[in-house]
Design a binder for this molecule. Structure first.
Ligand code: SF4
Ligand code: SF4
Length: 436
């Protein structure tokens, strides 16, 4: 895999069990010579393969705390879901204080930008008719650009809250003439890492480093436990974006829109559920909706694989934490530049051939190839299903005999032929005994 993606394979750990092949929602994985390989153009960094690999052969790469140098001005960005990692009685102010003590010069809540995004989305929906999809989950945006390009225009044309917050912070640092800075995001998932390296809808990201939540959590928890935090005084000092923090769980984004009076909304989490929704949308079976909040991880960003706390517990923690603070603060939308700098483009992956004429020729071959296969979709060939395997055969990426059933038939055919041959003798051999 190139630097474009963050989901990678530890080849020595792979047993070729095909679990990841069967569970990849975009059919991006094949087994070759007993090892998994990821087709880069098809991977959306959803991390389903990491979740399903029992041998821990799949992983995602992020930066480490020790990659930040002492001479750098260090800024940390905290995701809304980050707060769900801590028990409900640990206040966001305590968590932030611990992050400062970890060596950061500034600590910012992405939840501020999330609240502002909700406000901007509200205005956008008031001014535009139709059904729109949240742009906050990079997996969803990449999935649409790869497999459902007809829905690209339904994505709200805004940067995601983490990008908005990073742009805002960067502008502030430049105003203060701070050059040697590092904006670091504690990420709940690999997709946000990929969105920094390889963004959609913009050329580059203002985030300089991403560190997985599980790499910083133990140290932060330790600092909180040894802290003499005085809740009453510190709670009153600063406004906390509690409603923005609720974006960390599925339904949090729509909750704010619903409060503002937009009620025709739907919240769906989990990549398979989202694919089901897109299939239904593509044939016009989903109607009467203004806004879809779609997050690839089950239960929302709290379900990201880098998180440490059970996602359902994390949801409870978030709820407990902002229970007494349910208010909508009038976030200034003009703090942020929402507009995407470039259009989200269709990924244009062609299963059979980039050339249209060749693709049509191959289509005929494909149909014949599919017919010759048993249609069991067992993945023993190293492809997720017979149709995908047939396409791989047509493209020279697999051999027909990689299918164990085809191989078995071939062996049987050869065995029958051998058996026949053993009863035949060449004409030079005289079968008739003398005297017959
Ligand atoms: S799930 Fe995939 S990566 Fe993990 S051992 Fe099986 S084939 Fe290899
Ligand atoms: S990250 Fe998702 S899309 Fe990429 S290979 Fe793994 S399961 Fe497939």
């Amino acid at each position: 895999m190139s630097e474009k993606h963050s989901v990678l394979l530890k080849e020595d750990k792979c047993e070729g069990c095909t679990n990841c092949v069967k569970n990849c929602p975009t059919k991006a994985i094949r087994i070759h010579q007993g090892k998994a390989t990821i087709i880069e153009e098809l991977c959306i960094d959803c991390a389903e393969c990491i979740r399903t690999c029992e041998y821990h052969a799949k992983y995602a790469k992020t930066n480490d705390l020790n990659q930040l140098t002492n001479d750098q001005y260090r800024v940390a960005l905290l995701a809304p879901s980050f707060y769900g990692q801590f028990a409900g009685d640990i206040k966001p102010q305590q968590i932030k204080k611990a992050v400062y003590e970890l060596g950061f010069n500034e600590v910012w809540d992405v939840a501020y930008a999330a609240e502002a995004t909700s406000k901007k989305t509200y205005q956008f929906l008031k001014n535009n008719s139709g059904t729109y999809i949240s742009s906050s989950c990079p997996v969803v945006v990449r999935l649409i650009s790869l497999l459902y390009p007809e829905l690209i225009d339904n994505i709200v044309p805004f940067n995601s809250p983490v990008d908005l917050m990073a742009d805002y912070v960067k502008k502030g640092l430049e105003k203060k003439s701070i050059d040697n800075y590092c904006i670091t995001f504690f990420t709940p998932c690999p997709a946000k890492v990929t969105a920094v390296k390889n963004p959609l809808g913009r050329k580059d990201s203002s985030i300089n480093k991403t560190i997985a939540v599980d790499k910083v959590y133990p140290q932060i928890l330790k600092l909180i436990k040894t802290d003499g935090f005085s809740e009453r005084s510190e709670l009153q000092q600063k406004y906390q974006p509690y409603l923005g923090i609720s974006w960390g769980q599925s339904g949090g984004e729509n909750d704010i829109l619903n409060r503002e009076g937009i009620i025709d909304t739907l919240s769906v989490s989990g990549i398979r559920n989202i694919i089901d929704i897109f299939k239904e949308m593509s044939v016009g079976n989903i109607q009467g909706l203004r806004y879809l909040e779609l997050v690839a991880c089950p239960t929302g960003c709290v379900g990201g694989i880098f998180n440490v706390t059970n996602p359902y517990q994390a949801k409870v923690n978030i709820k407990n934490n902002h229970r007494d603070y349910e208010r909508f603060v009038d976030q200034k939308t003009n703090n942020y530049d929402f507009r995407l700098k470039s259009k989200i483009e269709e990924e244009n992956y062609q299963k059979l051939d980039k050339d249209f004429t060749k693709a049509m020729e191959k289509l005929e071959l494909l149909e014949r190839e599919i017919e010759s296969l048993p249609g069991l979709d067992c993945a023993a060939c190293g492809a997720p299903d017979c149709e995908t395997f047939a396409a791989d055969v047509i493209n020279g990426l697999a051999q027909r005999s990689d299918c164990i059933f085809v191989l078995r038939d071939e062996i049987k055919r050869l065995a029958d032929k051998l058996s026949l041959l053993t009863h035949e003798e060449p004409p030079v051999i005289n079968n008739q005994k003398s005297g017959d």
